[in-house]
Design a protein around this ligand. Structure first.
Ligand SMILES: [Zn+2]
Length: 413
């Protein structure tokens, strides 16, 4: 019954979109963001929450008090923003499940030893301003005031967008929570990968959220006329092609997910052997030592290919994020929640994509639950989940909250 409500609300939010014809796009600090917050706040109120508000960063929040007012809160949430031509579940499903869990607890009249807060983050995807996790980083206290200068595709600054949304651009940092006011953060999210489906499991327990390393790899040879015999060529693009295939075949053995998403060749003429070629490389793994060691092996192999082809190689590192490990206590609580649904040994997996939990980990311990999604597809209109899986996710999150409350009582006693 409640899973149906959750899915219907995801459908209703999908209609709050900047795109016509049923396509979903909802980005930070837009009129669609504002409308989604308003709709979500009404559902929070319907769930029996004591109060709802929009914080200084435009995150929508709702609170159910515990056994007495003003207790520290367990945060439950995910994000309400989307990429262009998005699906309707990435992020949104986690917020709607959180509201349903609070509705159940409010209806049961249970007085928990902590407050419950649901947060619908305004920006996780970074679609509008090119920087991700703006909403969750504001809540976690890691908002950088310099971000006010970020521009969207129309040249509108984040500062202007804040003001148009009704926020004080100089006060976004006030969205920061104090660590003593929160006891943890739990997030349910679609897997965005095929593991659960392949293993026939509806739910999974996230151990870590991968921090990516990104770089630009440039291979240099010698530009030459297309009539040059092969034995005299130092073809940078052929070298890069061999390198990309080597990366693809080696990465799984090294426990890596490596992606080459962009390739360019110079001078880029149809009748010239490429003198240089550059490709982007994004590498992720379950933990940083594995990622870094694996990357070294990949680059050594690329180096061997270049040497054999008499090409030179240079690597420019452009981005590195640390892998965030989920909190053992929050993870144990979620494991008990999953166990309550009849799965005593939850499948553990790491998350290659980033999530709000990554940012919130700077504030408090985080735990994440993954929900199977069809074909592992996300960021696409075909994103899809089973109602039965959503029902299990609600049960697991609900049981996790109750389990945390029990343990809390034991600790206090
Ligand atoms: Zn997401």
């Amino acid at each position: 019954m409640s899973a149906r409500t959750v899915l219907e609300r995801c459908d209703e939010l999908a209609a709050v979109s900047a795109l016509p014809d049923g396509y979903v796009e909802r980005t930070y600090l837009t009129v669609e963001h504002k409308a989604a917050n308003a709709l979500t706040a009404t559902w929070m109120t319907e769930a029996g929450m004591d109060g709802t508000w929009q914080d200084a960063a435009g995150n929508v929040c709702g609170r159910l008090e515990g056994e007495r007012p003003g207790l520290p809160a367990l945060l439950l949430g995910s994000h309400l923003d989307t990429v262009p031509q998005a699906g309707r579940y990435d992020g949104i499903l986690g917020v709607m499940i959180a509201i349903e869990v609070v509705a159940r607890i409010a209806a049961s009249g249970a007085a928990l030893p902590f407050a419950l807060e649901v947060v619908g983050f305004g920006d996780e995807e970074g679609t509008r301003f090119g920087t991700t996790l703006l909403g969750s980083r504001a809540l976690a206290g890691t908002w950088d005031p310099a971000w006010c200068g970020l521009l969207d595709a129309d040249g509108v600054s984040l500062r202007q967008a804040c003001a148009a949304f009704g926020l004080d651009p100089d006060a976004v940092g006030r969205a920061a929570r104090r660590p003593e006011d929160v006891i943890g953060y739990l997030e349910a999210h679609i897997e965005q990968g095929p593991v659960l489906e392949q293993r026939g499991r509806p739910l999974g327990l996230v151990t870590s959220i991968a921090g990516a390393r990104r770089m630009l790899v440039t291979v240099t040879g010698r530009a030459a006329h297309a009539g040059t015999p092969y034995r005299l060529r130092r073809d940078a693009l052929a070298g890069v092609s061999e390198a990309i295939l080597a990366i693809e075949s080696l990465a799984p053995e090294l426990g890596l997910i490596a992606t080459v998403g962009r390739v360019g060749a110079q001078p880029g003429a149809v009748n010239v052997v490429a003198g240089s070629a550059t490709f982007s490389l994004d590498v992720r793994a379950a933990c940083d030592p594995q990622r870094d060691a694996g990357l070294e092996t990949l680059l050594a192999e690329v180096g061997r290919i270049c040497t054999r082809r008499e090409l030179s190689l240079s690597v420019e590192h452009t981005h590195a994020a640390e892998t965030v490990h989920c909190d053992p206590a929050m993870t144990a609580v979620l494991a008990r929640g999953i166990a309550a649904t009849g799965d005593p040994a939850a499948l553990e997996l790491f998350s290659p994509p980033g999530h709000d939990a990554m940012a919130v980990a700077a504030l408090t311990g985080v735990g994440m639950l993954f929900i199977r999604c069809a074909g592992g597809v996300s960021h696409h209109p075909e994103e899809s989940v089973l109602e039965a899986d959503v029902a299990l996710a609600i049960d697991a999150m609900h049981a996790a909250v109750l389990s945390l409350a029990e343990g809390y009582g034991t600790l206090a006693a």
